[in-house]
Design a protein around this ligand. Structure first.
Ligand SMILES: Cc1cc2nc3c(=O)[nH]c(=O)nc-3n(C[C@H](O)[C@H](O)[C@H](O)COP(=O)(O)O)c2cc1C
Length: 338
C-alpha cells in the first residue's frame, strides 16, 4: 500500500468533497463546511498546520537511543502509540456519502483495535450518529471513547450511561460544538456549559470525563477544578469558529497552567510522526488525528487506516531516534522559528 495511491482513490470516492491533497493543510478546501475544510476563510484549520510548522526540533545523533519506546498509558490502558482516531461524523454532508456513518465507525474502530490504539466516535444532529459509534465499540471491543455534543446535562448523562454499557473506557463532550447552527436549526439543544453543569456531569457519570475544544489556560483550569479527567486542546479542526489560533500555539500555556492535574490531549493539523513529537514536546500526552483517517477510510478502508496509523508511528519512532528521545516521558525541547 502506498499513501499516494490511497489519496488518489480517496479523491475519486469523495466526489470532490476532498481533493486528497499531497499535504492536508486546509488551503484547497477553505470555507467548505459542510465538506472537509475549515469554516469561513478556513483560517482556523490553516493556522493549525502553520502553528505546527513554526516549531522546530534539534537533530541529535551522538547518544545511545536505539529502540525508542512509543507506547503510553491513557485512562489506565496501555496503547501502542500516542495517536488516537478523532471523532468524525457527517459522512454524507462532509464526505459525499461513499461510506455510511456505520461503515466508517466500524472500519476505524477495527483499525484502531488492530494497531492498538483508541477509537473515538462522535455525535451530531442525525440521531443515528451516536449509536453508530456505540455499536462499533461494542462489536469490536476496541478501547473506545464516544463524544456527545454539548446537549442538555440530562441528555449528556444519558449518553454517558449508554457509553458505559457499551464498554467505553471514557466519555467526552465536544464543548466547542456549543454554537453549532445545524443542531440548533434541527431543534436540538446545544450550548455552553457552566462550571456547575460540568461538575453535575462528572458527579453523575461512571466514566472519566473528557472535554474537547478547550483553547485557553483559563478554561483548562475550570475543567481541572470541575473534576474532568482530560481535555482535548482543539478548535474542532477549524470548523466551528473562524480565525482561532493554531492549537500548537495555545498548547504550551495550557499544559503549563494545568501541570499534572489532568491529561492534556491535542488535535489539529497533526499529519506525521514529527508533528506528534512536537505536540508531545509542547506538553500533550497524546494526539488525535481527524481528516487523514477519513481520507484513508475512503482510499482503502480499514487496511488503509492501519497503514496510515502505522506510518505515523514509524515516523515518530524514527524522529525519536534522531532527537535522542528514548521514551515519551523524555521528549525533546522544541524551538519556535523566528
Ligand atoms: C468532517 C469532519 C467531521 C467531524 N465530526 C466531529 C464530531 O462529530 N465530533 C467531534 O468532536 N469532532 C468532530 N470533528 C473534529 C475532529 O474530531 C478533530 O477535532 C479535527 O478534525 C482535528 O483536526 P484534523 O482534521 O486537522 O486532524 C470533525 C471534523 C471533520 C473534518
Amino acid at each position: 500500500m502506498d499513501w499516494n495511491e490511497i489519496r488518489e482513490k480517496a479523491r475519486e470516492n469523495m466526489k470532490g468533497y476532498c481533493r486528497g491533497c499531497k499535504r492536508c493543510d486546509g488551503i484547497a478546501c477553505a470555507g467548505e463546511v459542510p465538506g472537509m475544510g475549515g469554516t469561513g476563510t478556513g483560517n482556523g484549520f490553516i493556522e493549525n498546520v502553520k502553528a505546527l510548522d513554526r516549531w522546530k526540533v534539534k537533530l541529535k545523533t551522538l547518544h545511545d537511543v536505539l529502540k525508542p519506546d512509543i507506547t503510553t498509558s491513557l485512562f489506565g490502558f496501555q496503547v501502542k502509540m500516542p495517536v488516537l482516531a478523532a471523532p468524525m461524523t457527517g459522512l454524507k454532508g462532509n464526505a459525499g456519502g461513499y461510506l455510511s456513518e456505520r461503515e466508517y465507525d466500524m472500519m476505524v474502530a477495527e483499525a484502531c483495535k488492530n494497531v492498538g490504539t483508541i477509537f473515538m466516535s462522535g455525535d451530531a444532529n442525525d440521531k443515528d450518529m451516536y449509536p453508530a459509534g456505540i455499536d462499533a465499540i461494542k462489536s469490536t471491543g476496541v478501547l473506545g471513547i464516544p463524544f456527545s455534543k454539548p446537549r442538555t446535562v440530562e441528555e449528556i448523562i444519558e449518553k454517558a450511561k449508554i457509553a458505559k454499557e457499551a464498554g467505553a473506557v471514557a466519555f467526552g463532550v465536544d464543548v466547542d460544538g456549543a454554537g453549532l447552527i445545524m443542531m440548533i436549526k434541527s431543534g436540538q439543544f446545544v450550548g455552553p456549559k457552566s462550571r456547575k453543569e460540568i461538575e453535575m456531569i462528572v458527579e453523575n457519570i461512571e466514566l472519566p470525563l473528557i472535554l474537547k475544544g478547550i483553547m485557553t489556560a483559563e478554561e483548562a483550569m475550570i475543567a481541572a477544578e470541575a473534576g474532568v479527567k482530560a481535555i482535548v486542546v482543539s478548535n474542532h479542526g477549524g470548523r466551528v469558529l473562524d480565525h482561532t489560533m493554531g492549537t500548537a500555539d495555545v498548547l504550551p500555556d495550557i499544559t503549563k497552567a494545568v501541570g499534572d492535574k489532568i491529561d492534556v490531549l491535542v488535535d489539529g493539523g497533526v499529519r506525521t510522526g514529527i508533528d506528534v513529537l512536537k505536540m508531545l514536546s509542547l506538553g500533550a500526552k497524546a494526539v488525535l488525528i481527524g481528516r487523514p483517517i477519513m481520507i484513508a477510510a475512503h482510499g482503502g478502508g480499514r487496511e488503509a487506516i492501519e497503514f496510515y496509523l502505522n506510518k505515523v508511528a514509524d515516523e515518530l519512532y524514527q524522529a525519536m531516534i534522531l532527537t535522542g528521545c528514548k521514551d515519551l516521558k523524555n521528549v525533546p525541547e522544541v524551538y519556535k522559528a523566528s
